[in-house]
Ligand binder design. Structure first.
Ligand code: ZN
Length: 154
């Protein structure tokens, strides 16, 4: 983790890294999605309970660098209880922010704004995106009737 991230961003990221949300056992998930980022060695396993097109519950187990773990932890706070449509909107906004673009919509991103600091470190963008890619691919699989998939981010 670079020392150049703005202090505020760094504090938020480190707090999520130390106390990641969503690290628990989730029984009988509707979707299991695994993501790997070979560039950094980050690995994530995500489980979702989906009810009436809402993310009812989520667990994330991420082994990796501070940014990948923090991003996954923020994701848990951001999407629990949200509809799949809202989740996709948030994921698009995160991608935009990391590419240095303005998100299409005005969303309340909370701690997720801390990820904006990562855009200055291109090699770290994949770390920050891993949990979001794993989530979106997992939802795609769920819609296609698949329950488990291993996703390797490119
Ligand atoms: Zn990483």
């Amino acid at each position: 983790m670079s020392e150049n991230l703005d202090d505020l961003y760094r504090d938020i990221i480190m707090e999520h890294y130390k106390y990641p949300r969503g690290k628990k056992r989730l029984e009988d998930p509707d979707v299991t999605s695994e993501g790997k980022n070979p560039v950094c060695g980050d690995e994530i396993e995500m489980k979702l309970k989906v009810n009436q097109n809402r993310i009812e519950d989520i667990s994330i187990d991420c082994l990796g660098c501070a940014i990948s773990v923090a991003s996954g932890s923020m994701l848990v706070d951001a999407i629990r209880g949200k509809s799949i449509t809202e989740v996709r909107r948030i994921a698009s906004a995160i991608k935009a922010i990391l590419k240095g673009e303005k998100p299409d919509e005005d969303l309340e991103l909370g701690d997720l704004e801390a990820l904006e600091g990562v855009k200055k470190f291109p090699v770290r963008i994949k770390c920050a995106l891993l949990s979001w890619t794993t989530l979106i691919e997992g939802l795609k699989n769920w819609e296609n009737g698949k329950k488990n998939e291993v996703i390797t981010t490119e």
